[in-house]
Every structure is written in C-alpha cells, then in structure tokens.
Design a binder for this molecule. Structure first.
Ligand SMILES: Nc1nc2c(ncn2[C@@H]2O[C@H](COP(=O)(O)OP(=O)(O)OP(=O)(O)O)[C@@H](O)[C@H]2O)c(=O)[nH]1
Ligand SMILES: [Mg+2]
Length: 285
C-alpha cells in the first residue's frame, strides 16, 4: 500500500513543506490506520521540535481532501480523534419555519468566527437550501468543540403559497416559487438527518410546543438516536414561556435563549459542548 503526503518531503526524518510529494510504502500486513498512527506519532514530535510554521494537525486538516480519497472520511476523522483528542461533530440546526434557526446560526458564527450563515426574515421559509459552515470552534472554560454547523430549511407539514400572498404581500408568482422551493427545502432538511451527529432543535418559546411538526421532528431524532438540544428561542418576548417547553419535553435539555439579543448564549455553548462533544455519541459515517 502507498501513502501519499502531497506537498511534503522528508529530510533527516522530518517532514518539510515542498513542491514534492512524499510516498511511503506500508507493509502489506499492517492495518493502514495503525501504520499512519505509528508514522504520525513519530513525526509529530519532530515537527514541533523543529518549530515549523505549521504543525501536523494543520497539515492533516489542510490536506484533508487528499487523505479522504485514500482512506475515506470516517477513518480519517477517527484517526484525527485518536491522535489529537479533538472533538468534532456535525450539528444540524432544525425546527419549524420562522423560529429563529438562521438568527441563531448567525449568532454562533458571529461569536466564534465573525462570519454569517444566511438571511433572516419574518416571512417563513426564508432558508430554502441548507447551508453548512465547517470547523467552527466553540469554547467554554477548558472545553472546546469543533463543529460543522448546518442551517436547515424550516420543516412544515404544509406549505401554502396563498399565505405568502395574503399575509406577507408577495406576488402570486413569487409565492408559488417560494412554496415550491420551501417544499424542496423540507425534503433536503430530512435528508441531512443522515449526515449529522447531533441536532440543535430550535423552538419558538412564545408558541404552543405540542405541534405536529415539533412532535414529528423529535420522534424522528429519537428513533435515530441522535443527541438533541432544544433551544427555547425568543425569550426576549413578553409572552414567551420556556418553562412550558421544558415540561413538554423533559427527556431533552432545554436552554432558554434569545438568538436576537444573544441572551444566555454562554449557557447554550456550554451545554452544546457537553451534549455534542461526548465521544460515545459519535456515529460512524
Ligand atoms: N424577538 C425575537 N425575534 C427573533 C429571535 N430570533 C429570531 N427572531 C425573528 O424571527 C424571524 C425569523 O427568524 P429566522 O432566523 O429567519 O428564522 P428561521 O427559523 O431561520 O426561519 P426559516 O428560514 O424560514 O425556516 C425574524 O423576524 C427574526 O428577527 C429572538 O430571539 N427574538
Ligand atoms: Mg432560516
């Protein structure tokens, strides 16, 4: 078997950045993962000692695509975790339309990367295509978690184009187009469930929690055994009642927040690290 380090070569037992590619032959009887582990353990120390501008972790991350072709995603990430103890999870932000998913995604990204996820609107089904931001690191005290965050289109059981016309003043053509894209968005959200390690389920704390959508989403997540954290959003509003949400879904952690004002985000980050960073929760993909 051949291992390929694209853009690196070996001088005196140390990896150096170069225009060359380093090829190594692994003994055919060795498990490839074990071989790479042995190799990396040996050279990580030397890389640090020689104070290169980069370290082996950066090399692996930046070269991730090259490696993926060779070993596949799940083997690579499990190898990364074994070497560096790095916690990484792909988290989907789910919920009905208009509950504040994108507002929350924007808040998380603003707090940790300065980036934004997408546009926010009072018109439901503003997000009609899932958006994924990779490698967002959140920290709390001594703990941290790397996440790929997926902002998903709102899930609803019925999309009526007339609502966009009558309530929000969109034209008939705009409304029909929005309804079509919203329906495709619901399907895309469900599909993404196959590919996430945990779900941040956003609910509007001013609304009745026992809706068909909330109950169906939760049932689906529980059947998939996915870790769930419920964000009871919009608690800046007078008529909000996070306590009602807590008592409705006592089997899951419920964190009252305001994605709009940032209220209680520290608590949310702390519970996210705790809930999504546990090794035993990781699913193989
Ligand atoms: N008062 C208040 N309003 C909020 C909060 N979070 C979001 N909103 C408002 O709720 C509306 C919907 O927000 P979005 O973030 O677009 O909601 P979404 O869940 O992404 O909606 P879809 O993309 O349509 O599924 C916007 O008018 C936001 O300003 C909050 O914490 N408090
Ligand atoms: Mg949205």
């Amino acid at each position: 078997m051949l291992l390929l380090f694209k853009g690196y070569h070996l001088i005196d037992g140390t990896l150096h950045k170069s225009g060359f590619h380093l090829c190594l032959h692994a003994d055919f009887w060795m498990d490839p993962t074990d071989y790479i582990l042995l190799f990396l353990k040996k050279f990580t120390a030397k890389l640090i000692k020689h104070k290169l501008n980069t370290n082996i972790e950066d090399i692996l991350i930046s070269r991730r695509k090259d490696w993926m072709g060779l070993f596949g995603r799940s083997k690579l990430s499990s190898m990364m975790r074994r070497i560096f103890g790095k916690k990484h999870a792909r988290i989907g932000i789910y919920g009905p339309p208009n509950v504040g998913k994108t507002t929350l995604a924007n808040r998380i990204l603003q707090d940790w990367t300065g980036d934004i996820m997408g546009t926010v609107s009072e018109v439901p089904h503003e997000t009609r295509k899932a958006v994924c931001k990779k490698n967002v690191k959140i920290e709390n005290g001594g703990s941290s978690l790397y996440m790929d965050i997926v902002d998903t289109p709102g899930i609803s059981t019925k999309v009526d184009y007339k609502e966009f016309m009558n309530t929000f003043g969109l034209t008939k053509q705009e409304s029909k187009q929005r309804a079509k894209e919203a329906t495709e968005g619901v399907i895309e959200s469900i599909r993404w469930l196959e590919d996430v390690d945990g779900v941040l389920l956003v609910m509007d704390a001013t609304q009745d929690p026992f809706t068909q959508v909330n109950v169906t989403i939760l049932g689906n997540l529980e059947a998939r055994n996915l870790p769930v954290l419920i964000a009871a959003n919009k608690i800046d509003m007078e008529d909000s009642s996070p306590a009602t949400l807590k008592s409705a879904f006592p089997q899951h952690p419920v964190i009252p927040i305001s994605a709009l004002t940032g209220y209680n985000s520290e608590d949310l980050y702390s519970v996210m690290i705790e809930q999504f960073g546990r090794k035993r929760r990781w699913r193989r993909r």
